[in-house]
Design a protein around this ligand. Structure first.
Ligand code: EPU
Length: 353
């Protein structure tokens, strides 16, 4: 049974903890309930805009939302294929991502360990292509089942049709707003091949007395959780949306110019002669780490995270975002772009401050 709420406060549905009211809010439990909600909107609320959210761990509400907000509560993990080597799971989009990672580690289905503790739902993970510690969700996605928000029909996209890239997919670009993810198919391995190469993991394991070549899946998950808890603020305590900016990708000339001036600057090959820089490092160097502007701040342990210091509105965070971007561009000539989705989706240069 769908629940329809009017003038619903989204404060618990965005990890920034920002108060914003949805004109209507609908949480659905399966594809049929979503199709019913789409039919209801077309009959009763045709002129209102539609927004689909997950658990709001990557959203910034700039204002109240004047339309219909949809949220998946589709649960369930079904094993669709299984042999000695691997399993294919079909997972409800409303399941919490980390609950899935935990379940997989418990069952000996491997590959998601490095993505432990990432907030958000499974559906959003497939849209956003979440990533951390050298792993990305898209490495495991087989297919994504979606409901077409124009007519309620179900359509399946194979992974190759999803155009996965760094923190992006076709659902964020060409098909933005058209589909709601209902189920995600993931392929996992029964063989555990730990990836401990990413900065911080080996150090964390050794501090716990665990040799890297003997680490178990649950020990690796535990180490990732410890690293994240140490660096990233808990949204339940201090509102935030994880990394606020994407790491910028620049050309060779830009990287060389910056390295000549800042030889210690972290940089990673991004393919095709391009280089990924660390937004956290750039912000840190610009002096913003641990600083604040009104009720919005730059986290003191990870400069890529903007936090709600208490009572912030969306525009307070935008103001800080713009101030940080301005200083980074002035000092380094590099333009940072938010990873967080602004609702409404106003281009940054159109946001008056
Ligand atoms: N650094 C600084 N100052 C800081 C933080 C980091 O100089 O305040 C430097 C570090 O020394 C390191 C570099 O920046 O050289 C990279 O830092 P880190 O390893 O913490 O990763 P990141 O690039 O800042 C990305 C993801 C995170 C993910 C981590 C770990 C993006 C936008 N962010 O951050 O994802 O957890 O790697 O893999 O790609 C998220 O998307 O919400 C998120 C938290």
């Amino acid at each position: 049974m769908n629940s329809y709420e009017e003038y619903y406060d989204l404060v618990h549905d965005n990890t920034f903890g920002i108060h914003a009211k949805a004109r209507f809010f609908v949480r659905y439990g399966d594809e049929q309930e979503l199709a019913d909600a789409i039919g209801w909107r077309q009959a009763e609320a045709r002129d209102l805009p539609l927004l689909h959210i997950g658990s709001g761990s990557n959203l910034l509400f700039l204002d109240d939302y004047p339309g219909v907000v949809l949220q998946s509560a589709i649960q369930g993990v079904d094993v669709m294929e299984a042999d000695d080597e691997q399993v294919v799971l079909r997972v409800g989009s409303g399941m919490e991502w980390d609950a899935l990672v935990e379940l997989c580690v418990t069952h000996g289905w491997h590959g998601l360990e490095n993505l432990s503790l990432i907030p958000g739902q499974v559906g959003a993970a497939a849209v956003q292509n979440i990533g951390a510690y050298g792993a990305e969700a898209s490495q495991h996605v087989v297919a994504v089942e979606c409901v077409d928000l124009t007519d309620g029909t179900v359509r399946r996209f194979e992974a190759a049709e999803c155009d996965y890239g760094y923190r992006t997919s076709v659902f964020k670009t060409r098909l933005r707003g058209r589909y709601a993810v209902s189920r995600v198919w993931l392929r996992l391995s029964r063989r555990f091949v730990p990836d401990t190469t990413y900065g911080g993991i080996a150090e964390m394991l050794s501090s716990q007395g665990i040799p890297v070549d003997e680490v178990t899946a649950s020990q690796l998950r535990d180490a990732i959780i410890r690293i994240r808890r140490h660096k990233l603020p808990d949204p339940a305590v201090q509102g935030n949306a994880g990394s606020f900016f994407m790491n910028p990708v620049v050309d060779e000339a830009c990287k060389e110019r910056l390295l000549a001036q800042y030889p210690a600057m972290p940089h990673y090959a991004a393919g095709q002669g391009r280089w990924k820089l660390s937004a956290a490092w750039l912000i840190d160097q610009s002096g913003w780490k641990g600083k604040s502007l009104g009720p919005a701040g730059v986290h003191d342990r990870q400069a890529l995270v903007l936090v709600n210091l208490g009572g912030a509105r969306g525009m307070d965070v935008v103001r800080l975002c713009q101030a940080v971007r301005q200083d980074v561009v002035r000092q380094f000539g590099v333009t940072l772009m938010p990873e967080v989705n602004f609702i409404p989706d106003i281009p940054l240069d159109k946001l008056s401050l």
